[in-house]
Structures are given as C-alpha cells and as structure tokens.
Write a new protein. Structure first.
Length: 276
C-alpha cells in the first residue's frame, strides 16, 4: 500500500532540502503566533509611515488577506499577461486588488519585478512562471513554513493540480486569439518547457504565435483563479487539503512524480539515508 504523506511530513522532511533553519534571520519580523492562527497578519499603516520603533510594514510577515473574486482576478491575470508575463501577472492580479482593499504592504510592492518568471524563469523552461508567482503569493500571505506548513502545502498542491488539469481552463471575456476554440492539453508536469511543448505539438502553433500567447495568458488566469479560490477557503478556515506529492518523502530527494518522462525505464534511485 502506498505510504500516505501528511502535512507534518513537509516539516519533518524539510531537513532533506536544508531549508527552514534561517528563516527570519535576515531581520524579517515574523507575525506572532496568535495572528498567524487567524490567517491574518497585522494590517498595514495606511499612512505608509511606520510609527516610532515600529517595523516597516513591508517587513511584517505574513501579510493581510481579504477574500477576492476569482473571476475578476482571472480577468486581471489574463490581460496583465501581455505586459507582465505568466508569473508577474499572477502576482499583480492578486496584489493589485489587495492594494486597494488593504493598502500596505501591497501598495508599495513592485509587481513588475516578477516579469523575470516568464518562460520558466528567463526563458529557461523550468517551473511555469504562474506557479512561481502563486508560490510567492502563498508564502507572503500565509507565512513561513517553519511555523505553518500550509504555505508549502498550498504551493505544491497547486503544482500538482496544474500538472493534471486540462489546460487552459479559464475562458476570458474577450480573448485575444483562439476566439473560435482552443486546443486543450494535460502537461503532466509543472515545467514551462513541457507544458508549452505539449500544447504546441498538439495545436501546431509556434511559440511566437498569437494563439500560443493567448493560451499561456489563459493558463496564468486559470492559476490565479484557482489560487484565489484556495486562499478564500483558507481565510474562512475551510482549507483542509492533504499532501498530493512530496519528493523528499517519496523519492528521498527533490523530485517530480513523473520520473519516467525524462529518464525512461532507467530511473535512478537516490542513495538511502544512513540508518542510525
């Protein structure tokens, strides 16, 4: 029988990745336990200036969240893709609304800095930028995994959902291409290279085509929609997902679940940890 992965396994196995030891050591003030339990951080000072002896709002973590409309968020993400790319538009679609509804620290946050996530980070085809953006949003809103594993849980389950979803899911109100219909594919991977590559193979459209651009804008909108739905559940206390896949638990190293896609039948095994 397949071993079940629990939420706490994320923290227990974090040592495999060497993470979680120095979070907060650079001076970031972690919100106190009582604010973390409610799913909100202290709200920002609307006057933008910290009071005497108070940490700047940008350094307070986690950041406050209020429920957003998934459809409105997806529309912002779809249209924003054409300026910010896949990662930047997911961040912008959520943080721009929170800047209006909450204020700081979102008002001062430079959404444009995450254009670098486009193309799987600078065109290298690694993790889809929309997932990079979603993971960063989860971390800033939910807080450090050293105190609450939910931020990692939500991020990795979003990657698993992305990998198995028939993409793109969201249909924009005014699509810029593929007006009469769009090819749908399952990436079976969170990687930009695989996701885009499978779609291009099926659709026969090139990377530079308006059709491919529209497709990736829709994918980013789909991720933003899904993320806001999940964050809304979380802020209401209704987020109860378990872990879908966690490489350090299953493969004894950072890994995806689809090893054979790249390795074929010759999937190498990670060295076993020394028995104590």
């Amino acid at each position: 029988m397949e071993e079940k992965i629990t939420r706490r396994d994320i923290l227990a196995k974090a040592a495999v990745l060497g993470v979680g030891i120095a979070v907060g050591s650079a001076g970031t003030r972690i919100a106190s336990a009582d604010t973390a339990e409610t799913g909100t951080a202290e709200s920002g000072n609307k006057n933008d200036e910290p009071k005497s002896g108070e940490e700047p709002v940008m350094r307070q973590w986690p950041w406050p969240y209020v429920k957003l409309d998934p459809v409105e968020t997806a529309e912002l993400a779809y249209n924003g893709w054409y300026e910010l790319g896949c990662g930047g538009t997911v961040v912008m679609s959520i943080f721009s609304q929170l800047a209006e509804k909450v204020g700081e620290p979102y008002k001062s946050f430079p959404d444009e800095s995450f254009v670098i996530f486009e193309g799987g980070l600078g065109g290298w085809g690694t993790l889809c930028g929309s997932l990079n953006g979603a993971a960063m949003v989860c971390s800033l809103i939910i807080g450090p995994p050293t105190k609450d594993e939910t931020s990692v849980l939500m991020a990795i389950n979003t990657m698993d959902w992305y990998s198995h979803a028939i993409m793109p899911i969201y249909v924009p109100k005014e699509p810029r291409a593929n007006v009469d219909g769009i090819v749908h594919t399952v990436s079976d991977s969170p990687l930009c290279h695989v996701s885009v590559g499978k779609w291009e193979k099926e659709s026969k459209f090139a990377t530079s085509s308006p059709e491919r651009k529209d497709r990736c804008a829709r994918v980013s909108a789909s991720v933003a929609y899904k993320l806001v739905m999940t964050l809304n559940e979380w802020i209401d206390g209704n987020y109860h997902e378990e872990v879908t896949w966690f490489g350090p638990q299953k493969a004894l190293m950072p890994a995806q679940y689809n090893c054979a896609d790249c390795h074929g039948k010759n999937v190498p095994k990670a060295p076993q940890p020394e028995k104590k």
